[in-house]
Design a binder for this molecule. Structure first.
Ligand SMILES: [Zn+2]
Length: 387
């Protein structure tokens, strides 16, 4: 199959991707660049626009090649965060300048080079292996993430795609490409507790009921007991109170309502349901003194997940060890990513670059790192799809 140099070379593809200023949710041609790279490699490309659910419309891309099991999925995003004040950049954020052995530009690290590396690796692998190779690419990971990966995965499942393993190309490495892969994430649970008393004049406290002392007792109760002591692959879960508000602008009014907001980063021992039960239990111990204490649990959660350590994760670790000489650390650290939307369908691991400059001015990636990541992806594809 004739493959142009532009397609097989991850650096040329990366430059083309960076030159499309695809700040969420604008695609600015970035999916056209990707489709043009994938089609000559034998991928059937489907472009999907999802909209609704209180968010802006988002363009997504699904590409697939081959048939049957095993089915390897690569997932990622082409959208980027805004460049910020371009005066703080030494290179145009959308010019993809090459200098000092690096490519500069917004998305260079997070995560257009991950996509370029995987496409180049897929070109390398050709159609020799058995099974199926697919890509699920969204243009909305950095913002609402409502019309992106979550709907793309549901659509793919509806089409009958059954994935055996997924690699998310987000920056996962610490100091050297492949030194760390992410195999799970903590969940994030935002909620608030309101304490409602009776508003009144500070001079007549008997005619009012101040919610603030009760709110203080609620905060104390929330912090009185640790959620857990950590699990095999996760640190302890943690509840952090982020705000206590009454919105009181004056000095002579007892406020009616106090609002306590908090976030819980939780490990694989918990779910939003068990956390809600735990919170109700904590609140039940607080003396309400005639006020009403209410828990307002979140509508949307990001659940904790962990991929099985054996199987494909072990296969990936072995391939990385063979290529780099060292086994990767299996990490669950960092903020949330779209991997949480893939975890319900198949085991998933994040393998990507060192992300030191992501979201910063002068975001850049070393050419050598893109080539190293391409080699890792290529070795894994070959291993995973080997007959
Ligand atoms: Zn990213």
């Amino acid at each position: 199959m004739p493959v142009s140099i532009a397609v097989a070379d991850p650096i040329l593809l990366l430059k083309d991707l960076i030159r499309s200023p695809s700040v969420t949710p604008q695609t600015a041609g970035v999916l056209d660049v990707l489709e043009a790279a994938l089609t000559p490699l034998g991928f059937a490309v489907t472009r999907l626009r999802f909209e609704g659910d209180g968010s802006y419309p988002v363009d997504n891309l699904f590409a697939t090649r081959g048939s049957g099991a095993p089915h390897l999925l690569f997932a990622g995003h082409t959208d980027v965060v805004p460049p910020g004040d371009t005066a703080t950049w030494t290179h145009d954020p959308f010019a993809a300048d090459e200098a000092d052995g690096a490519i500069f530009g917004r998305g260079a690290a997070d995560m257009k080079s991950g996509i370029a590396a995987f496409v180049a690796a897929a070109a390398d692998a050709g159609n020799a292996g058995r099974g199926t190779l697919s890509l699920a690419i969204t243009n909305d990971e950095e913002a609402a993430a409502i019309n992106g990966t979550v709907k793309l995965m549901a659509w793919a499942a509806e089409q009958g795609h059954r994935f055996d393993f997924a690699i998310v190309g987000e920056p996962s490495s610490t100091a050297r490409v492949g030194d760390s892969i992410k195999i799970g994430r903590r969940g994030s649970f935002n909620a608030e507790i309101t304490v409602t008393g009776t508003q009144g004049h500070v001079a007549y406290p008997d005619k009012a009921n101040n919610p603030l002392p009760v709110a203080a007792a609620v905060v104390t109760a929330l912090n009185a007991e640790k959620l857990d002591a950590g699990t095999a692959h996760f640190p302890p879960s943690n509840l952090e109170v982020t705000s206590i508000d009454v919105g009181n602008e004056v000095t002579n009014v007892i406020p009616a309502t106090a609002r306590i907001r908090f976030n819980i980063r939780y490990n694989d021992r918990w779910s939003p349901e068990t956390l809600t039960a735990w919170l109700h239990e904590r609140i039940a111990h607080v003396e309400a003194r005639g006020t009403k204490i209410e828990l307002i649990a979140p509508r949307a959660h990001s659940r904790s997940f962990i991929s099985p350590i054996g199987g494909a994760v072990e296969k990936l670790s072995r391939v990385i060890e063979k290529q780099t000489g060292a086994r990767p650390e299996l990490s669950t650290g960092g903020g949330t990513s779209d991997a949480r939307f893939i975890a319900p369908y198949c085991p998933v691991a994040e393998l990507g670059l060192v992300g030191t400059t992501m979201h910063k001015a002068d975001e850049r990636v070393a050419v050598a790192d893109v080539l190293a990541l391409t080699a890792l992806y290529a070795a894994f594809i070959a291993d995973f799809l080997a007959p």
